[in-house]
Design a protein around this ligand. Structure first.
Ligand code: C2E
Ligand code: MG
Ligand code: MG
Ligand code: MG
Length: 286
């Protein structure tokens, strides 16, 4: 009977689990090939200031899979982090982003733009991370002052002396640091004091419901206040509506990223000349 077979299957052979294992294995093999074959793409999402002017972009990785289409980093970054591919992949991202940054720097209209790049814990932990980034900067001609590395709290959980040392070396070159997904990790706030951070990024999970959920609203307000008292910049991610933007601006947030301003797109589709859109009711005095 089906039930008996089902029970048997559960004990000795779980087809669903095997499918997942095979899916994983094929994803892993495909990913290795994708890096070699140049099927990874960088998309860019704009970041804007309080006046709605574009100040820079965040580089976001995409994988152009021959059969699956565009694969989201939410699917393949965890795989790459587990099998170590994240290290070579991350350097490909840094090099591609720096090459783009140098291109923008050569044109007056885009000269001011900053580039935020996500760096995984294991990539930052690579012993030669600083040297390799220095070589990428030299080779591409990108200005370190325009580059911002987005790190997450997982990096600060252990071995923080090495992290601090590397951050200080990079900082002395002019590179900035944003703390991504702030508030979602196991944060001890002590590292905010010890590490040379420039910016806190309010995670979109807090931004999404802040208009309806008083707890999220309180968390966001607290992060903005914390950033101000520590003299850090603060940027809200996942800003999807004018109402969100207005609320955040009223709390003192002056930097935004989200679908309201633009989705992540290829460099060809990227519009860096969007008209500034001041927050209604909060226009700068003339
Ligand atoms: P993240 O760094 O927190 O990036 C923000 C994510 O939020 C992006 O997802 C972006 O597309 C999405 N997003 C932006 N605005 C909105 C919005 O208004 N609404 C909603 N619902 N989502 C919005 P994406 O591109 O799928 O990337 C997911 C994560 O993958 C990133 O989160 C980052 O942790 C990781 N990732 C992406 N590219 C790289 C990379 O080059 N290196 C590493 N190490 N990680 C990367
Ligand atoms: Mg990020
Ligand atoms: Mg984030
Ligand atoms: Mg995130």
């Amino acid at each position: 009977q089906a039930k008996a077979a089902g029970r048997h299957a559960l004990c000795f052979f779980d087809p669903a689990m095997q499918a997942r294992v095979m899916e994983r294995a094929s994803l892993e093999a495909d990913l290795r090939q994708a890096l070699a074959d140049g099927l990874l793409r960088l998309f860019y999402q704009v970041q804007v200031d309080g006046e709605g002017q574009i100040t820079g972009v965040e580089a976001l990785l995409r994988w152009e899979h021959p059969e699956r289409g565009l694969v989201s980093p939410g699917v393949f970054i965890p795989v790459a982090e587990e099998n170590g591919l994240i290290v070579p992949m991350g350097f490909w991202v840094l090099e591609t982003a720096c090459r783009q940054l140098a291109k923008w720097a050569a044109t007056p209209a885009t000269e001011h733009l900053t580039m935020a790049v996500n760096v995984s814990r294991d990539q930052f932990r690579a012993p030669d991370f600083v040297d390799r980034l220095e070589r990428i900067l030299a080779a591409t001609g990108a200005r370190p002052e325009r580059l911002k590395l987005e790190l997450t709290e997982t990096l600060f959980l252990e071995d923080s002396e090495d992290t601090r040392y590397k951050m200080q070396r990079l900082k002395s070159l002019g590179i900035g640091f944003a703390l991504d997904d702030f508030g979602t990790g196991y944060s001890s706030l002590a590292y905010l004091k010890r590490l040379p951070l420039d910016q806190l990024k309010i995670d979109q999970s807090f931004v999404r419901d802040l208009l309806d959920d008083p707890t999220d609203a309180t968390i966001v307000t607290t992060i903005i206040t914390l950033a101000r008292s520590l003299e850090l910049e603060v940027i809200a991610e996942g800003v999807e509506s004018e109402a969100h933007r207005h609320w955040l601006a009223a709390q003192g947030c002056r930097a935004f990223q989200g679908y309201l301003f633009g989705r992540p797109v290829s460099v060809e589709e990227l519009s860096l000349t969007a008209h500034p859109r001041p927050v209604a009711g909060l226009e700068a005095p003339r």
